[in-house]
Each structure stands twice: as C-alpha cells, then as structure tokens.
Write a protein that binds this ligand. Structure first.
Ligand code: ADP
Ligand code: ASP
Ligand code: MG
Length: 412
C-alpha cells in the first residue's frame, strides 16, 4: 500500500473551516488506498504572535522556554485536525513529538536526531491516520524543542524518511514553486520540476516556500517532494534529483529563480586594528553564541590603517550578536558598532550558472541602471547574492526577474 506524508502549512490550518477542508483532502488520499501520516503547522500568524510574546517578556529570552511557548501552536492544530477527522468517521489520532518520539538536539533551531516509526507502523496496521504537530521534537533531557521557523516542512520530510514513505506532499497557499515569490512578482512562473540542489539554494536565500533543511533531508534520502496548493486542485512542483530532469536541462534558463530575504541585519564594526587575529576575535564570540554569519565584507583603506568590517546575521540573532560583540569589545578593539535592519538580500540561483559567465555582472548592471546601491555581495557556484536597502526589495526582484528572462509568457 502506498505510504505518504501530507504536510499542511499555517494558512491551510487557519480556522475550523480550513481544517475541515484539509480533513477532506486527507480522506480522499485514504479512500484512494494510501496510508497517511499528516503533519500540521500552527494556524497562520500564531507562531509570530507567540514569538512576539517571548520578545516582550525579555529581549534575551531563554531558548528552552521559547520552545515551550512556540511549540504550543502546532499542538492546537494537530488536536483539532484529529477531532475533525474523527467527526468524518475516520480513525485518526494525534501524536505529539514526545510521544513518537521525535528526538532532537538544541533549542529554537533544534536538529532532528532520530524518529521512532514504531507507533506509526501499528497505526497503519490498524488502518489509522496519525496526525503529528510539525516544528517540534523532544530533547534527550525530555524538554520540548522546536526546529526553527518553517520547521514543519523538516518535520514532514524527516517523518517521511523514518516511515519509508513513497512521497512527501507539502500543501501550502501557493500551487507550487515559482521563479520568484508570486506575491511580489505577479509575472512569476510556476516550475513543474526543480532539482534538490536548486531548491536547496533557493530556500537558503529566502524562498520560504520550503525550509532549507527539509530540502537537504529530502535530497539525502532521495525522498520525492511535491509542493502543491491546499486551496486549488492543481498539479504542483516536483522536487527531484538532477538525473530526472537532465533531458529538459538544455531548454532551461541559466537562472532558475530569484529570491529575497528581509530577515537579515547588517552589523558594521569600525576602527578595527589592522593585524592578524582581528577577524578571528570578532567571529569567535559569535560562533560561541551559535550565531550564523552570512555575508562578510572587509575594507582596509591602506595597510596599517584602521579597517571596517561589515557582515550580516539573521534579524532574530541581532540582539545576541550585539551582546556578544560588546562583551568582547576590548579583545577586538573596535571603535563603533553600527547595526541596520532595513536591508534585504536578493539572490539569483541556477545550476546553469556553472557554465555561463557574466551572471554577476549582468545582475550588478541591472541594479545599477535602476540606481540601486549594493551594500555587500556573496557568490557560490550556482548563486549570486547582493545586500540592498530594504526599500528597493520589490523593484530589485522585479527588474532581475525580467532581466534574466523569467517573466511568464502570458504576462502583460
Ligand atoms: P506554509 O504556511 O504553508 O508553510 P509559507 O508561508 O511558509 O507557507 O510558504 C509559502 C509562501 O512562500 C508563499 O505564500 C509565497 O509567498 C512564498 N514564496 C517565496 N518564494 C516563493 C517561490 N519561489 N515560490 C513559491 N512561493 C514562494
Ligand atoms: N509554525 C512554525 C512557523 O511558523 C513552523 C511552520 O509553520 O513550519 O515557523
Ligand atoms: Mg512554511
């Protein structure tokens, strides 16, 4: 019997009417002969509300307690979906992360170590449906842990791997993966297929339709992943291995998609001593505080003169980063610490970049022509990212989308 995981995002779970609709989609899969585990997100906006409450309680909150607060949203929706499915005559039951268990390490961005599929096997044997809250696990100490924002996608894929599912379906509020966020660029085009590698890069630079880690996991386990709408009965986007779309590659654009991420904060340290060990003295305390640094730009005006270092961290880590740097101020020896949260990272991604020079140049030219100033740059084999003032987000994404030939053909 085919086995699937169905994951429903926040908008799909936002209220009893929508949950009823989701229950109908689950029923349809069961009636067509599938075994299904269902992973749910908190209702749209709920996790934001809970995170905000933690921030109001204390700006440097304890991650263990943060997890206790934010994991609650998924507990509510999994119970509600199980009740709704039972009301439709289906044999459904919810299982919290600690009940399966979903073992995880860390807090606030915990990593899944292991999922025990034993309970699920017996649920399926009895023809039942398991409803599982996304985003949560349990630590070795028995504490609640959450997997980072958007983490229900990762819960779903990890569960699919653990129960050896045939497919993992991610139901959301758009009908697939587009060439860019269709809410920003109406001319965005839906992609029928994307490679794991491209999706990984797109997600990591802000295409939040899938959490990056979920794509990495799907790639590792070769788990077919499908992104589709819970609102409309349309075909979605399949995320698959390179070999499965090789035939169509010649026809594809050099650039697969444009993504943006407003969740970056820029930190600048001025008056740094120009000597070995300065950069290490800055990043060691940040690493110690578990802060991910992304873009880095250093400028040394002239040998021996004080230099400036600029880098970005996730917005959510900014307060912790500033605290860690202030504490190490003497050891580093900087003059001033300046922060700016009004920035956006815009990235172009595509495996075609490997064999095509000039992508970065075209990107800089396109932005320059529009008078958009670039604050920082990073590149990888299949990606170019630029940091820009946040006000230019929509304009930058739109002009790059057009410049790289991604606009839908039928767009006006
Ligand atoms: P869910 O609550 O279902 O997990 P998310 O809000 O996390 O949904 O992700 C879906 C959203 O991702 C869409 O509403 C869309 O605005 C955004 N998005 C960003 N980039 C893309 C893209 N390239 N393709 C599709 N959606 C995208
Ligand atoms: N509810 C969590 C969030 O909003 C997890 C998820 O929806 O994937 O980040
Ligand atoms: Mg999501």
């Amino acid at each position: 019997m085919p086995r699937i995981v169905m994951k429903f995002g926040g908008t799909s779970m936002a209220g009893i009417e929508r949950i009823r609709h989701v229950a109908g989609l689950v029923k349809r899969e069961i009636e067509s002969g599938n075994q299904a585990a269902v992973v749910v997100s908190a209702m749209a906006g709920e996790t934001d509300r809970l995170v905000q409450l933690c921030r109001e309680a204390a700006s440097l909150y304890d991650p263990r307690e943060y997890d206790v607060v934010v994991a609650s949203g998924e507990q509510v929706t999994s119970g509600l979906l199980a009740i709704t499915l039972q009301g439709m005559g289906l044999n459904a039951k919810s299982y919290m992360g600690w009940q399966l268990p979903i073992r995880a390490s860390g807090h606030a961005a915990a990593l899944i170590d292991h999922i025990d599929a034993e309970i699920l096997e017996s649920v399926f044997e009895q023809g039942g449906i398991a409803v599982i809250p996304g985003f949560q696990g349990v630590t070795a100490a028995g504490d609640l842990a959450t997997l980072g924002r958007g983490g229900s996608d990762t819960s779903a894929v990890a569960l699919a791997a653990a129960m050896k599912a045939d497919r993992c379906d991610i139901y959301t509020d758009v009908d697939g993966v587009y060439t860019t966020d269709p809410r920003i660029v109406p001319r965005a085009r839906k992609l029928d297929m994307v490679t794991y590698e491209e999706m990984l890069e797109l997600a990591s630079v802000g295409a939040k339709v899938l959490q990056t880690r979920s794509v990495g996991l799907a790639m590792r386990y070769n788990m077919p992943l499908q992104v589709l709408s819970s609102f409309e009965d349309l075909s979605g986007t399949m995320i698959v291995g390179d070999d499965e779309i090789e035939d169509g590659l010649m026809e594809r654009n050099v650039i697969t998609g444009i993504a943006h991420d407003k969740n970056e904060a820029m930190v600048t340290l001025t008056g740094l001593p120009d000597r070995p060990g300065t950069v290490a003295a800055i990043f060691a305390p940040l690493a110690g505080a578990n802060i991910n640094v992304d873009m880095i730009v250093q400028s040394v005006p002239r040998k021996g003169e004080p230099s400036t270092l600029t880098f970005t961290v996730p917005n959510a880590s900014l307060a912790h980063a500033v605290a860690a740097l202030d504490e190490a101020k003497e050891a580093i020896g900087f003059a001033e610490l300046i922060t700016d949260t009004d920035v956006v990272k815009v990235s172009a991604v595509g495996v075609g970049m490997r064999s095509n020079a000039g992508i970065a140049a075209k990107m800089f030219q396109t932005l320059g022509d529009r008078g958009i100033n670039i604050l920082a740059i990073t590149t990888s084999e299949i990606k170019v990212s630029v940091l820009l003032p946040e006000d230019y987000t929509e304009l930058a994404v739109r002009v790059l989308h057009t410049a790289f030939g991604l606009d839908a053909e039928d767009a006006a």
